[in-house]
Structures are given as structure tokens and as C-alpha cells.
Design a protein around this ligand. Structure first.
Ligand code: ADP
Ligand code: MG
Length: 250
């Protein structure tokens, strides 16, 4: 463990030098169906580059389907999805998804799990990513000895190691206890501010949505029924060009 940490402290911090501009996302008239079930019905959503958007809604309303659509993992039967101006077709290398379960490979070390996220399995980038999430000293351990929150940190490191321009979160903190959740929220927020990726966070925790996002959309009946700008207590550039609505969800 000590050895791993020594290697890391000698590495170059990537946080400011390689920050990317986020990708813009445009969903137009998207329809997604599973057999007879229409989950998304002519959904319209425009996400400016660099925005932190939260998606809330009841269980089964289609949040994960929407996220998968943005990830290129789901096809719209009508309408279109464009990521960074290009029509979506499959998962792009500059888009990463993080799920509620960390989905780590149990037979690989923490470090090797993070190396999966970067081309060529770059070891020093993986160590830097672990350093970012505060787990550099656990690099050589197995995922099974980590807590749920630590496993999500590893998943976050794996998602960040390639410096993605769009990061999609599907209830990543849903299974964590309240204190760990707050720590993870702060970590995600800090990384978003440093890396400047576009973030889409699906959550059914409205207070989490408000704490993290600068815009919250509600999915209902297959479409976006509310679109709310969040007034932020913290200083942040806020000229995102979207409409401010009265809100009944907050
Ligand atoms: P949420 O994430 O908001 O809970 P989902 O997007 O997972 O909702 O699912 C929306 C609806 O679509 C649910 O009724 C779910 O059962 C259905 N669904 C999701 N994925 C599939 C699939 N691959 N095949 C059939 N039905 C699906
Ligand atoms: Mg879901």
C-alpha cells in the first residue's frame, strides 16, 4: 500500500491540465418502445455543454431508459439523439456511465479495475484517477474488501480515468448510507467543477438533485413534464440559456 502511494505522489496531476469541454446533448422527439410499452413518447431535451442536469421521476417512468438512450445503449424508434453534434450510434469513448452497483470485476485489483477504463490500461493514469477519488492507498486490494461507498469511488475513478466529456450517472448513490452519500455528492461536484464534463444524474432523491445539479427535469408519462433551473448557493457561471419554470417538485 505504501509503495503504491509513493508512485502516485510522483505522478502528474491531470485535473487542470487535461480538462475537457463537456459535450452538448440534443434529444428531439425521441420515442422508445419495448414491445407494446411506450416508455419515452416524443421526448425533447437539450443539454448545453458543461451543464449538470438531474433527471428525477417515479420508479418505472423511464429515467434509466433515457440515460441509456443518451449513452447510445438504447435505440429510439423515432426522433434523434445527437451528442456533441453527431448522431448517436453506440457508446462513444468520450461518454461514460456509472450505475448504482459499482460493477467491478471481483478477480481484478482496485487498480486493474480502474485500468479497464483507459485505453491501453495506462497504469499511471489509473493511479492518478484513484488519487482523485481518495483511494490511492487501496490500489492493490480486491474490491471485495472495500465498503459500498469505496466501491463506488473506484467506479467513479474508472469512469473518469479516460477524462470523458459526458458522464452519465444512474442512481450511483442510491445504495449508500446518508453520510457516505453526502461525501460522494461533494466528490462528484468537485470533479465536475474541475473536469468540466457534461453531467446527467438520474436520481429519485430530489434533495440530491437540487444539491448537485443546476437544472432538474421531471420525467412523467414518457416525456419531460417539468424543467427547473436551480438557484445555486455556490458561485458558478449560470448562463445556460434554458427556460426557468415554476416548480412543484422542489
Ligand atoms: P426508471 O429508471 O425510471 O425506474 P426504466 O427506464 O428502467 O425506469 O423503465 C421504464 C419502463 O420500461 C419500465 O416499465 C420497465 O419495466 C420498462 N423496461 C425498461 N427496459 C426494458 C426492456 N429492456 N425491455 C422491456 N421493458 C423494459
Ligand atoms: Mg432506473
Amino acid at each position: 500500500q505504501q509503495q503504491a502511494q509513493t508512485v502516485i505522489s510522483g505522478g502528474t496531476p491531470t485535473s487542470t491540465s487535461t480538462s475537457t469541454r463537456g459535450l452538448q446533448v440534443e434529444v428531439r422527439d425521441a420515442v422508445v418502445q419495448f414491445g407494446d410499452l411506450t416508455v419515452l413518447q416524443k421526448l425533447e431535451l437539450s443539454i448545453p455543454a458543461g451543464q449538470f442536469l438531474a433527471v428525477v421521476g417515479r420508479s418505472g417512468c423511464g429515467k434509466s431508459t433515457l440515460l441509456r438512450l443518451l449513452a447510445g445503449l438504447e435505440q429510439a424508434s423515432q426522433g434523434s439523439v445527437a451528442i456533441g453534434g453527431a448522431a448517436s450510434s453506440g457508446l462513444r469513448s468520450d461518454v461514460r456511465v456509472m450505475f448504482q452497483d459499482a460493477r467491478l470485476l471481483p478477480w481484478k485489483s482496485v487498480l486493474d479495475n480502474v485500468r479497464i477504463g483507459v485505453p491501453g490500461g495506462d497504469r499511471s493514469k489509473a493511479l492518478d484517477a484513484l488519487e482523485l477519488v481518495g483511494l490511492a492507498d487501496r490500489a492493490k486490494e480486491w474490491p471485495s474488501v472495500l465498503s459500498g461507498g469505496q466501491r463506488q469511488r473506484v467506479a467513479l475513478a474508472r469512469a473518469l480515468v479516460s477524462n470523458p466529456s459526458l458522464l452519465l450517472f444512474d442512481e450511483p448513490l442510491g445504495a449508500l448510507d446518508a453520510l457516505t452519500r453526502i461525501e460522494m455528492q461533494q466528490l462528484i461536484e468537485r470533479l465536475w467543477q474541475e473536469r468540466k464534463f457534461t453531467a446527467v444524474l438520474v436520481t429519485h432523491d430530489v434533495s440530491e438533485a437540487v444539491a448537485l445539479a443546476d437544472r432538474v427535469v421531471l420525467v412523467e408519462n414518457g416525456t419531460i413534464s417539468q424543467d427547473t433551473a436551480i438557484a445555486l448557493a455556490r458561485p458558478r457561471e449560470k448562463d445556460n440559456g434554458f427556460t426557468h419554470y415554476e416548480s412543484s417538485i422542489l
